[in-house]
Design a protein around this ligand. Structure first.
Ligand SMILES: Cc1cc2nc3c(=O)[nH]c(=O)nc-3n(C[C@H](O)[C@H](O)[C@H](O)COP(=O)(O)O)c2cc1C
Length: 376
């Protein structure tokens, strides 16, 4: 494993590992990619207002999620086709989560299936830092209610800590980088032409039929925390809380679904105000660094999801590189917190950020930015 010193180095190593199809599948978005760019632009359009002369000799980044201790307020976002990025696919991502002490959301559009991932032997370094494993199963509905109920029961039996519905994917978007190359990601490919993920069922229109009744049904029938991923409005967030949903996950799917959707960080304050502390709030979309995580927490998120950072690290060096990426984000977050005068995560509040005028390069993904360390 290379000794990666920056997230940039991980991104560059991933570029060398991935062919053009996979690189564009990972980095691309829907349609004109406005939502994709807006995720970064909205994060870049916030600047810090640090407090000085606070004792920050002991900065703590630990938090809790689903009742479990977490080393960092970061979760590994669900990734379809993860098996194309690193040998072992979901098992490799799960090994990284256990080694570092982070929660992982496993996508049903990935291989191997959720029961195989759950049964995989824990890596030698699992739990070494004293953080218990935490995994969430994210399902795309590709069958009817009886089919879904069976999956939820099996996910509970397999030891998943929570169940997640992705609610921003009523239909699959047009990802023009893939379309232009006639590339179909492996999660969408099967001999019978219709399958999605590892589950064998083929009715992707079930996602389009999903409603709040589906949420109410799950909450009434099953005793497992529920995550709704892809909430982008305060009223939907309030409705989720009223349904008893435990985790509201603010996301525009990394700009991969509705183009021109608002950035995760822009939707966050409205959602946090609507949730009123009634659920855990996660946000994602463009978060690639410790400073980005700090901004998300300042605006009220409990945790931040990272999709492309996880994907790039998996490609760059499997589970070891994901652990390294998380270590780098942790180190960056500690430094940012100390310089903000925030010794604890609760000290990250909205008074520490304000709108900023854009700088040249703002809104570009980290992978496009010059590497200062390489003397560009
Ligand atoms: C390659 C890739 C595959 C993804 N697959 C899924 C998926 O199967 N289910 C899902 O809910 N979100 C999926 N997402 C969205 C991520 O979970 C997350 O919301 C998004 O990547 C966050 O933005 P970021 O990549 O800028 O961190 C995927 C994202 C990427 C980059």
């Amino acid at each position: 494993m290379r000794d990666f010193r920056t997230i940039h180095e991980i991104a560059k190593a991933a570029r060398r590992q991935l062919d053009d199809n996979l690189w564009d599948y990972v980095l691309g978005g829907a349609d004109a990619e406005a939502a994709l760019r807006r995720n970064r632009l909205a994060l870049d359009a916030l600047q810090f207002k640090p407090r000085v002369l606070n004792d920050v000799s002991n900065v703590a980044t630990e938090t809790t999620f689903l009742g479990k201790a977490m080393r960092l307020p970061v979760v590994l976002a669900p990734l379809g086709s993860v098996q194309d990025l690193a040998p072992g696919g979901g098992v490799t991502a799960w090994a990284a989560a256990q080694t570092f002490g982070a929660a992982m959301l496993l996508s049903s559009a990935s291989q191997p299936d959720f029961e195989t991932v759950a049964a995989a032997p824990a890596p030698a370094a699992a739990n070494a830092a004293g953080f218990p494993p935490c995994r969430v199963y994210q399902l795309y509905l590709v069958g009817d209610q009886a089919w879904m109920d069976d999956i939820i029961e099996r996910a509970m039996a397999a030891g998943y800590d929570a169940f997640c519905l992705t609610v921003d994917t009523a239909v699959y978007s047009r990802r023009e980088r893939d379309i232009a190359k006639r590339y179909v990601p492996s999660s969408g490919r099967r001999a019978d032409g219709g399958a999605f993920g590892s589950l064998g069922a083929v009715d992707f229109h079930a996602q389009a039929r999903m409603t709040w009744k589906t949420v109410e049904h799950i909450k009434a029938k099953f005793d497992i925390p529920l995550v709704l991923k892809g909430i982008q409005r305060g009223d939907d967030a309030a409705r989720a809380v009223a349904c008893g949903v435990e985790v509201v996950y603010v996301s525009n799917h990394g700009g991969r679904q509705l183009d021109h959707a608002r950035a995760g960080i822009d939707a966050l304050p409205e959602v946090v105000a609507a949730v009123q502390g009634g659920a855990t709030v996660i946000v994602d979309g463009g978060f690639m660094r410790g400073a980005d995580v700090a901004k998300g927490l300042c605006l009220g998120a409990d945790l931040v999801g990272m999709g492309r950072v996880t994907a790039l690290a998996l490609a760059a060096g499997g589970d070891a590189a994901v652990v390294r990426a998380l270590e780098l984000v942790e180190e960056e977050l500690r430094i940012v917190m100390a310089l903000l005068g925030a010794a604890r995560l609760e000290d990250l509040t909205a008074e520490l950020v304000e709108p900023a005028t854009p700088l040249p390069g703002d809104g570009k993904p980290l992978t496009d930015l010059p590497l200062i360390a390489e003397g560009y």
